[in-house]
Design a protein around this ligand. Structure first.
Ligand code: ADP
Ligand code: MG
Length: 265
C-alpha cells in the first residue's frame, strides 16, 4: 500500500520533471502566530503554525469558518505582519524586508485569485492580465504572456472587458494575471465559489496545469472536498492550528476527515 503510493508519487514527479517547466518558488512558515487585539478581547487567529507550500506543488487549505485560513494566506502573502514566528517566500524571510520591499514582493512575487475575480471593469482582459507588470513599470514578457494566454484559452477574449466575459472566463483572466509574473506562490481563496460546477472544475484543472506545466506553486483555500482532491496535499486548520495533513487527497477521504474533525470539537 505504502509502496504503491510511493511509486505513484515518484511517477507523478517523474512526469512533471519531463513534461513541464522546473518548479519555482514555494513558501513556508515557522511557528507563525497571529493575534488580533489585546487583553480580554484578543483573538488568537494562528498559533505556532509550521507549514510548507513546497515548490511546484498544489496545496489545499481547509478548515471551518474562523479557523485561520485567510489569516494564514494574508501572513504568507505579506499582507499582515505576524505577531511572532517567521514566513519565507521563495527562501526570503519577510520579517527582514522594509515596507517598500514587502509591497514589491506582494505585487511581483505573489499571485492572487479571489472568489469575486477582482478584475478592473474598465480594462480589457489583456490589460487586466498585464496590470501587475504595468504597475511594476515593466513591459509584458511576450513569451510568458503568450504561454499563459494559450494555457488559459484566452486568445480570442483579450480585447473583451470583464462585463463581456462569463464567470469562468473572468476567473481565467484573474488566473492569467496571477501567473504572468511567474510568482513564487499563487494564493487562490475559494476560486470556484462563484462559479457553476462546470466552470469550477475547468478552473481547478487550470490551477493543476499551472502546477504541472508551468512549475508554479499554488495554495488554495476551499470548503469543497472535490476541489481539494485536485491538490497534491491538504492542510487542515482548526482554531488557528494545523490539525492534519493529507497527502494525495481524494474527495471521499477529505470528506471523511472533515467529519472526523467536526466530531472531535
Ligand atoms: P477563516 O478564513 O478560516 O474563516 P480567518 O483567518 O478569517 O478565518 O479568522 C481567524 C480568526 O481571526 C477569527 O476568529 C476571526 O474572527 C479573527 N480575525 C480575522 N481577521 C481579524 C481582524 N482583522 N481583526 C480581528 N479579528 C480578526
Ligand atoms: Mg476566510
Amino acid at each position: 500500500m505504502a509502496e504503491t503510493a510511493r511509486t505513484q508519487a515518484q511517477s507523478h514527479a517523474h512526469q512533471r520533471a519531463h513534461g513541464g517547466e522546473a518548479p519555482v518558488g514555494g513558501a513556508r512558515t515557522v511557528r507563525l502566530s497571529k493575534r488580533y487585539g489585546t487583553g480580554d478581547t484578543a483573538v488568537r487567529a494562528l498559533e505556532e503554525v509550521t507549514v510548507a507550500f513546497p515548490p511546484g506543488r498544489f496545496t489545499a487549505i481547509m478548515g471551518p469558518s474562523g479557523a485561520g485560513k485567510s489569516t494564514l494566506m494574508h501572513c504568507v502573502a505579506g499582507l499582515e505582519a505576524p505577531s511572532s514566528g517567521q514566513v519565507f517566500v521563495g527562501g526570503q524571510e519577510l520579517g527582514t524586508l522594509s515596507d517598500r520591499a514587502l509591497t514589491r514582493l506582494r505585487r511581483e512575487r505573489v499571485g492572487f485569485v479571489f472568489q469575486s475575480f477582482n478584475l478592473l471593469p474598465t480594462l480589457t482582459a489583456r490589460d487586466n492580465i498585464t496590470l501587475p507588470l504595468t504597475l511594476a513599470g515593466k513591459g509584458p514578457d511576450r513569451e510568458r504572456l503568450d504561454t499563459v494566454v494559450r494555457i488559459l484559452r484566452l486568445g480570442d477574449r483579450l480585447s473583451h472587458r470583464p462585463a463581456e466575459l462569463s464567470g469562468g472566463q473572468r476567473q481565467r483572466v484573474a488566473l492569467a494575471r496571477a501567473l504572468v509574473t511567474r510568482p513564487e506562490i499563487v494564493f487562490a481563496d475559494e476560486p470556484t465559489g462563484n462559479l457553476d460546477s462546470r466552470s469550477g472544475s475547468d478552473v481547478l484543472g487550470l490551477l493543476r496545469a499551472a502546477v504541472d506545466d508551468l512549475g508554479q506553486t499554488v495554495a488554495m483555500v476551499t470548503h469543497d472536498p472535490v476541489a481539494a482532491a485536485h491538490a497534491d496535499a491538504v492542510v487542515f486548520l482548526a482554531d488557528g492550528r494545523v490539525v492534519d495533513l493529507m497527502p494525495e487527497p481524494t474527495a471521499a477521504g477529505v470528506l471523511d476527515r472533515i467529519r472526523e474533525l467536526g466530531d472531535r470539537s
